[in-house]
Ligand binder design. Structure first.
Ligand SMILES: [Zn+2]
Length: 374
């Protein structure tokens, strides 16, 4: 396993040279998370699974730390990201320990207070996993190795290429400010053309579940749909949801000269078709999560907030599928325990993944945050 890990590390280092965060050809890490033997039907069941997923990811991170090959990229950003991630995992494991029953998995000894203690607890727990969890471990460990490479790559590129991996300003929201077990569903790149499914299917599905999700619209797609239908129909399309801006065009807002003029022309138009219940246009998300301090200043002047994410379904990727997008998101919900989840309503995989995510977390104490509270 260690040898394979080193080879993958070498692959990661070379892939750091790739130019764009979402460049085609990059691998994304996927899992169906089909081997966990018990459903997450109570807060305690969610916490047992959460402790196991955090331990598996912690072990993978600790193994990478022990590697003699330092990862390529911006050393200061990598160090900052690693410290942030260690803190998230220590804090989340402590939350997941709150429902520990005597003799339960990963409940032995004191609650780990720092990274070294979490690594020791994780390794000790994984070393004596019950036999029925061996298939789960075999499925999830490679997933976390791949997931770690995704994160390390983005951290190494920062701040030359900004992304959701680290904040540029404390005003930006990633979902980490939400309470434990609370998640905001977000969808980018719509709306799809009238009659094409996509946005219509996803908004109907989310509405039927009683959830108020945030949709980040692209100016070009918005204008095409508005031309083909009407302002009234756009309001109805997003009824119960919140609409935000994803910029005029799907280009990096860190390098595209048209970014600010595009926002200035698109935002007043978008503000004319806000669904009932939403009084102002306040939410923004840059394509690829790429932005500059100047973009943040423009948002602040307009009374808008930059809404990023910490849980990426990677549903846009050709190798992904509905079941794999669901498995990836469920795994990351158990690791992160709160946050903003990124899907795309222009791809059919969101509509395939969401019903399983809702079904598998029913009764677990998971709360779907109302976008109007953002
Ligand atoms: Zn996008």
């Amino acid at each position: 396993m260690h040898r394979r890990f080193r080879l993958l590390t070498a692959f990661l280092c070379s892939s750091l040279l790739a130019p764009a965060a979402h460049a085609g050809g990059l691998k994304v890490s996927l899992t169906e998370r089909s081997q966990w033997p018990s459903p997450l039907t109570s807060p305690r069941a969610f916490d047992v699974a959460s402790r196991a997923e955090i331990a598996a990811f912690t072990e993978v991170m600790a193994d990478a730390d022990a590697s003699t090959e330092p990862p390529a990229g911006d050393a200061a950003s990598l160090a900052k990201w690693k410290e942030r991630m260690h803190g998230v995992l220590v804090e989340n494991f402590a939350k997941a320990r709150e429902t520990c029953a005597t003799g339960a998995l990963f409940c032995e000894g004191a609650v780990p207070k720092d990274w070294a203690a979490l690594v020791a607890t994780s390794r000790a727990g994984l070393a004596k996993l019950p036999a029925d969890l061996a298939p789960w471990y075999a499925e999830q460990k490679p997933f976390y190795q791949g997931y770690l490479y995704e994160l390390v790559r983005l951290a190494g590129l920062f701040p030359k290429t900004t992304s959701e991996i680290l904040p540029l300003s404390p005003s930006e929201k990633f979902g980490l400010e939400l309470p434990d077990r609370s998640f905001l569903l977000t969808f980018d790149d719509g709306p799809t053309p009238k009659g094409a499914g996509g946005t219509d299917a996803v908004t109907s599905l989310v509405r039927a579940e009683g959830i108020h999700a945030a949709f980040f619209l692209l100016g070009n797609n918005y204008e095409a749909r508005r031309k083909a239908t009407s302002v009234e129909q756009l309001k109805a399309l997003y009824s119960g949801m919140c609409v935000g801006s994803h910029g005029q065009e799907h280009k990096s807002h860190a390098s595209w000269a048209g970014a600010v003029p595009g926002m200035e022309s698109f935002h007043p138009k978008l503000a004319e078709s806000l669904p009932e219940g939403q009084t102002k246009l306040t939410l923004f998300r840059p394509p690829y999560g790429q932005r500059t301090p100047e973009i943040l200043q423009v948002l602040e002047r307009g009374g808008m907030k930059n809404i990023l994410w910490n849980i990426d379904s990677q549903d846009w990727h050709a190798s992904n599928s509905g079941p794999k997008a669901a498995g990836r998101v469920l795994s990351l919900m158990l690791v992160w325990r709160h946050g903003n989840i990124l899907f795309h309503d222009i791809h059919p995989k969101a509509a395939e993944a969401l019903p399983r995510i809702w079904r598998d977390t029913r009764g677990s104490g998971v709360k779907w945050v109302d976008c109007h509270e953002e």
